[in-house]
Design a protein around this ligand. Structure first.
Ligand code: ZN
Length: 424
């Protein structure tokens, strides 16, 4: 048990006004990665670096790509036994149609106990909370048995170049656990869905819409593919079932395009089509098996469509070249993550939430991938994902965060570190 005097001491160094002001400063910097518009994470990364330096932290700035930097902050240090990382991303997604917003997306306007703006929820509020938590641990000068590292990383919303660079440079080598600071509404998320994304390319033969028998239509293959994907989803649902925290596995055709390029025309039967599928997995599934199933589906569809065209040609006494083909390419393969509930970081987070909120911690899972996916899968680092903000709000218009939940989160982060790195 940590002495309550130490807990109080650390929490007394969390200044809610400072947290709110820092969140607002970060939100007011547009950090959408949009080279055409001239915006990137750079200005917000520099802001984080300046703030951390002004608090006396040692800061490293790593350039990941032009105008895209990671900020690595060395927090309080103890013996080398454990190193806890706080991770938050500096990029935000586009506000979309700004006229649809009731509030300025980069205004950080406060109404009641909510702050509105792009990134308030995902995840600049939580970035500010982790910085304030690190400051509280430093200022309180409590003895820790390990070290704290803060990572404000770029490009989480797209290719995750920031975390990949962080790992490549060896920063993750000493990390023994990480808190991924993302909006999970105060829950402790110990698992994340995985993703397999694939592209099916169907090659038939183009022809005039009035003379379809002189070509080979891709449409029957598309229909069979969509049905086949649904059958795979049904099989996954019945074999692995519904994950307690992550829900059902899914195989979703998201883009169906014929022709696959160029303008579609009603009287032209396209010779090429593309079907994109977004598969989200739970830890009980094997990605290798899914990849094999996707390839088998391509072969089966090719065979079935050719057979069906052959039968039709026999009926009509035609001799068409039966060379319709279906090919599949795997575009993304991101594993699920699953941190054991017995891991010290999970226990520390649960204790911190209980201590701050006096409520039983709620456990959950993250529906999408985060930077934590890479820390977990490439470096075997146990991760928990937690932070302030309603989980349905990210990427929407009028994004907001509840300020009281944010203040509570800074306390939860600080106590999680205190417990995970407690001396003795
Ligand atoms: Zn995020």
């Amino acid at each position: 048990m940590l002495p309550s005097a130490i807990i109080k001491k650390v929490l007394s160094h969390i200044d809610p006004d400072e947290l709110i002001a820092l969140t607002a400063d970060l939100v007011r910097i547009n950090s959408v990665w949009d080279p055409a518009a001239g915006t990137s994470e750079q200005a917000v990364a520099e802001k984080v670096a300046r703030w951390a330096q002004s608090q006396g932290f040692v800061v490293q700035i790593d350039q990941v790509a032009p105008n895209r930097s990671n900020i690595i902050i060395s927090g309080p240090t103890g013996s080398e036994k454990r190193t806890l990382m706080f991770e938050a991303h500096t990029d935000v997604v586009t506000p979309g149609d700004v006229s649809a917003w009731r509030y300025d997306p980069f205004g950080a306007e406060i109404v009641g106990r909510r702050m509105y703006g792009r990134g308030t929820n995902d995840t600049k509020g939580n970035l500010a909370a982790m910085l304030i938590a690190m400051k509280a641990l430093k200022t309180a000068a409590v003895e820790l048995s390990g070290s704290v590292v803060g990572g404000a990383l770029c490009d989480e919303e797209d290719q995750m170049l920031g975390v990949t660079d962080f790992i490549k440079r060896g920063h993750a080598d000493k990390i023994t656990a990480a808190v991924i600071c993302e909006p999970q509404d105060g829950m402790i998320c110990t698992s994340q869905k995985g993703a397999v994304r694939a592209s099916y390319r169907i090659t038939g033969r183009m022809s005039h819409g009035a003379m379809p028998l002189s070509g080979l239509n891709c449409a029957p293959a598309i229909a069979r593919l969509i049905d086949g994907l649904h059958q795979l989803e049904k099989k996954a649902a019945t074999t692995v079932g519904c994950d307690t925290h992550l829900g059902w596995p899914s195989f979703t055709p998201t883009v169906i395009q014929a022709p696959s390029a160029g303008a579609p025309q009603l009287n032209v039967m396209p010779g090429e089509a593309e079907v994109l599928v977004d598969i989200r997995t739970t830890p009980a599934q094997s990605h290798q098996k899914i990849t094999t199933e996707l390839k088998t589906l391509a072969q089966n569809v090719t065979q079935k469509v050719r057979e069906s065209y052959k039968q039709y040609d026999d009926l009509l006494d035609l001799q068409r070249r039966q060379d319709l083909a279906v090919r599949v390419d795997i575009l993304t393969d991101r594993p699920c993550t699953l941190t054991d509930a017995a891991e010290p970081i999970v226990k520390a987070a649960a204790w911190a939430i209980q201590t701050i909120s006096r409520k039983t911690p709620v456990f959950g899972g993250v529906p999408g991938a985060t930077d934590g996916t890479f820390l977990w899968s490439m470096k075997n680092i146990p991760i928990v994902t937690m932070g302030a903000g309603n989980r349905r709000i990210p990427h929407q218009i009028d994004e907001w965060v509840d300020l009281d939940q944010l203040i509570e989160t800074a306390g939860v982060y600080a106590l999680t570190a205190l417990q995970y790195l407690r001396a003795g």
